[in-house]
Design a protein around this ligand. Structure first.
Ligand code: DON
Length: 300
């Protein structure tokens, strides 16, 4: 139904992403009781990109608690593109929220470890625990992005000026670039989302990966900023906490029920996969799972 839709364009500011086959299209749904439904290019490993920000936020809250993360990063929509320098200068918090680049780099910088390698390994292991499977870096994506991430380095320098970054700014950018280059299949991504939906317990392994009390903070942040300056329209039309990545993935969480992950590289102007938005929106309407609709919370 959506397969033939050719609207949108691959991200091209990261050279690797411009070369990814724009016809790739995969869908996965994983329920909190670990029922798995997949369709299309489900084994293709694509870079998680900004969807990683959700899981580094979760790890930061595990380590520091939500209050400290809120104090250091905040949770305000920027109303600007995800890589905005203007938002950093203009906003009183300078970081915006953990799901835009500046706030995400600041969040990554909060993760503890005795050196950069151990901080990075901690993040990668945490993502693997959320997925219930071992994940790894797509080296080519990392190299392509590290060679072209001058904008993120500028954001980190500004964060230092405003005292909103912990430790060495360029180290934080490098770890952040690695976390964006982690490869996932749609099924692995949906499993990560199902962990959030399942109050932090991975439905595959049964492991408590996130604290249940941190989940509302994650879902609130996703609702408010998960699709960047497209988040308001998304909340209006679909009503599910979601997060997009410029690799072409979108992950939507249905609290208590499961998650849906869609991968299709062509993006709209805001950097969100066009087909993924259409598929999730269709499913949400068909299943009446808009979080803001009375029926979905048992009030009808
Ligand atoms: O920092 C960047 O620009 C990328 N690694 C991630 C951006 C991204 O995925 C924005 N998403 N829609």
């Amino acid at each position: 139904m959506f397969k033939s839709d050719t609207t949108g364009k691959n991200a091209d500011y990261i050279p690797y992403l411009a070369r990814v086959d724009s016809k790739l299209f995969g869908v996965a749904v994983v329920s909190t009781d670990n029922k798995v439904y997949t369709l299309g290019d489900v084994d293709y490993s694509f870079s998680i990109q900004s969807i990683s920000k959700v899981f580094t936020l979760a790890l930061a809250m595990e380590e520091l608690g939500p209050d400290k993360v809120f104090e250091r990063v905040g949770s305000e929509p920027t109303g600007r593109p995800f890589n905005s320098v203007v938002a950093v200068v203009d906003m009183p918090t300078h970081t915006g929220n953990p799901l835009v680049n500046a706030g995400a780099i600041a969040t990554t910088s909060l993760i503890s470890g005795h050196d950069a390698e151990s901080r990075w390994n901690k993040i990668l292991n945490y993502y693997s625990k959320a997925a219930g499977e071992k994940l790894s870096l797509i080296e080519e994506v990392y190299k392509s992005e590290a060679a072209t991430n001058q904008g993120n380095r500028a954001l980190a320098a500004l964060l230092l000026k405003y005292d909103r970054i912990s430790g060495e700014p360029l180290e934080a950018v490098d770890i952040y670039t690695k976390q964006c280059s982690v490869g996932v299949s749609v099924k692995q991504l949906a499993q990560m989302g199902a962990t959030i939906a399942n109050s932090g317990i991975n439905p595959v392994t049964g492991e408590q990966v996130m604290k249940a009390e941190d989940i509302p903070h994650i879902l609130a942040t996703m609702t408010m900023a998960g699709l960047y300056d497209g988040s308001g329209a998304w909340a209006w039309q679909v009503g599910l906490p979601a997060k997009s990545g410029v690799g072409g993935g979108i992950l939507a969480v249905i609290p208590g029920k499961g998650a849906i992950a869609v991968f299709a590289p062509p993006l709209d102007e805001a950097g969100n996969s066009v087909k993924a938005q259409k598929v999730i929106s269709y499913v949400a309407r068909k299943l009446d799972i808009n979080l803001f609709s009375p029926g979905s919370v048992g009030l009808r």
